[in-house]
Design a protein around this ligand. Sequence first.
Ligand code: FAD
Ligand code: PYC
Length: 402
Amino acid sequence: GLSYHRNWERAWRSPEPKKEYDVVIVGGGGHGLATAYYLAKEHGIRNVAVLEKGWLGGGNTARNTTIVRSNYLWDEAALLYEKSMSLWEDLSQDLNYNVMFSQRGVLNLAHTLQEVRDTQRRVNANQLNNIDAQFLTPHQVQELVPLINLNSRYPVLGASFQPRGGVARHDAVAWGFARAADHRGVDIIQNCGVTGIRRENGAVSGVDTVKGFIKAKKVAVVVAGNSSVLAEMAGIRLPIESHPLQALVSESIKPIINTVIMSNAVHAYISQSDKGDLVIGAGIDQYTGYGQRGSFHTIEGTLQAIVEMFPVLSRVRMNRQWGGIVDVTPDACPIISKTAVKGLYFNCGWGTGGFKATPGSGWVFAHTVANDTPHSLNAAFSIDRFYTGHLIDEHGAAGVAH
Ligand code: FAD
Ligand code: PYC
């Protein structure tokens, strides 16, 4: 500050794009940057460009509420998210960048008898996969969260708790991966929207961008809410719907909540950031669209639920509200896959829950792109499952209902 911003070191270069790369990654969110980092680190592939139409992490990476957990029901999803969790636990050291990963625990509340049964089933399934899930009674929930009203219109009958879950600092995740990828030779090019995907004889040959054509042996698309738009450029249809998802933060207040509390049933969740703001999120807006905002009634319903669960918050002022566009699949699971076009790969469909997967997603996608074959952890998440019917239904474990 005292140097008037004159002496900051550059965290990454901003080169002009080369004419050709071994791999072009489309999308400079956390997932795209993580993919670039692990391509360089794990597979020695460094002739890589990340093309971002805006600024790094300006999409959902910057717009999400940063909840990290791995308590998914089915083995396929649980193992993938748990891989991500294990990478989170070492990420600040690995990137040499403090991503402020804070394992303050995540609670998923159950408000009906059926939800209690579903929650217990998921906890049992998690324990069989060595995931640190516990079932808490209402009394135990109250001990963890003294301010919660257990007996509101949404009575709390129990909860799952994952102590290793928590939150991280979203910007730092994008910047940490970017800096570490850049150090390994990856070119990061912002303000470089991709406008076309070229193909020759059934194989990808490069991308058209606002900075001209860039030749590429492989193209890996990681653009979250814009996935269908990019797929159309390559003549592919994806089973994806893009919906707005909203969040908001309050003014800063003293520490009052030291864990993460989520309720699928009431479409609301809350944590408190290290700055003191309450970070509150909603369920998705039901309509599809690409506008990064949401409708008023959704956020109003969310705040009604929050105030019922936490009457003490009724007079806290809200500071900012925003929306991102989430890419939702029919089974609430991602697509991390080769496509019918040789050399073209898609990583999308993370919907409302991809932030927690950022390192794991990049790690398995890098493997898939480098070897032209999926890792065992993402083999089940191929696009083929929508033809074979081998869906992995994780609607119950999705953070917010959709
Ligand atoms: P993004 O960060 O969106 O990156 C995609 C990038 O592609 C963008 O930067 C975009 O500009 C770029 N792009 C698009 N089109 C082009 C183009 N033509 N050319 C070049 N670049 C292009 N997940 C959790 O796990 N926990 C949470 O608590 C959570 N909360 C959420 C709350 C909200 C309000 C929202 C919106 C999402 C939330 N999510 C959460 C979901 C999570 O944010 C996403 O799943 C995840 O961030 C997706 O990461 P990404 O890197 O793929 O996407
Ligand atoms: O997937 O845990 C999650 C989540 C929380 C808020 C939005 N998504």
